[in-house]
Design a protein around this ligand. Structure first.
Ligand SMILES: [Fe+2]
Length: 301
């Protein structure tokens, strides 16, 4: 018998899981933090703390307490020690595949809102990736915050699943359709950079975890032409307009970061500094792995 909470016919499993997911809310961002005393050598206890926080919330925050707060090497190492080893190289990634998010007008990047000071709407990362290259883990490290603004808003995608299913279980059925959500091909200067991608919003991975592909963008997203699909998409848009105890708001400071199982997130607009050294800079890694769930003894530092 399939006792997954994501089986729409398994009400008991769902209700037990639902209760365990919702009971810690509302929560303070401090609950999500793990302090890393030496970023060059995170301790087993620190790594376990990040993993356990991720297991409950699908996200965790960390703070490097000393050393070079802009070190990509330390960020890479931390990701690796958390099981994030298969990194996705997107169009704008640096040579080491960590993407530097900053305001830029470089060719090929100017159309992408992440590289502007504008607000970035709710999404999960890599929603336009090929089915075999779906993003399951993500890391965001702040090297330099904005002068003002640039706040991250976060929501565990499993909470979004619960809110949708509680409102109408048929929404889940619609969003699990293999063509629920289509991203048109990306054509740059007449050349196709990425083909059209169609797929479900929610899917259950082979390991039993819930995966979500989503963007609140109104342009360049085609929802399946079906009343329930449109109603579910509208439900999510309404959710973004409302106060909710399940939204976590936090502005990452230098040396702080987010590790997560590709949760829903957005970013407020920001004001950048005129000083080159003070301009907002975040590193982002996208991974085909989830944050590992191993026991303490199995972590290799
Ligand atoms: Fe993102």
């Amino acid at each position: 018998m399939n006792t997954s909470p994501f089986n729409i016919n398994e009400l008991d499993s769902y209700l037990t899981w639902r209760s365990s997911k919702l009971s810690p809310y509302p929560l303070n961002a401090d609950t999500l933090f793990t302090l890393i005393a030496d970023p060059a050598h995170p301790s087993v206890a620190e790594l376990v703390s990040l993993q356990q926080t991720c297991r409950q919330y699908n996200l965790a925050l960390y703070r490097f307490q000393q050393g070079d707060l802009r070190s990509k090497r330390h960020v890479h190492q931390l990701a690796k020690q958390l099981g994030l080893t298969h990194i996705d190289s997107n169009l704008c990634a640096d040579e080491d595949s960590l993407t530097s998010l900053h305001v830029t007008s470089h060719a090929g990047q100017h159309d992408y809102i992440p590289y502007t000071t504008k607000q970035l709407s709710w999404h999960t990362d890599g929603y336009y990736n090929l089915p075999a290259e779906q993003i399951h883990g993500m890391l965001l490290h702040c090297a330099q915050p904005a002068q003002a603004g640039g706040e991250s808003w976060l929501m565990d995608h499993e909470i979004a699943y619960i809110l949708l299913r509680d409102a109408n279980p048929a929404y889940i059925h619609a969003l699990m359709h293999p063509n629920a959500f289509t991203i048109p091909a990306n054509v740059l200067n007449g050349e196709m950079v990425r083909p059209e991608q169609s797929g479900p919003v929610f899917s259950v991975a082979a390991d039993g975890h819930l995966h979500m592909r989503y963007s609140a963008r109104q342009r360049n997203v085609i929802w399946r032409d079906d009343p329930l699909t449109h109603a579910a998409a509208q439900f999510l848009l309404n959710l973004w307009q409302q106060d909710s105890p399940y939204k976590i708001r936090y502005t990452l400071q230098a040396g702080e970061g987010l590790v997560c199982n590709n949760i829903l997130h957005c970013r407020t607009a920001f004001v950048d500094s005129d000083e080159p050294a003070q301009k907002r800079l975040l590193y982002r890694g996208r991974y085909y792995d989830r944050v590992s769930n191993t026991d303490r003894e199995e972590i290799a530092c």
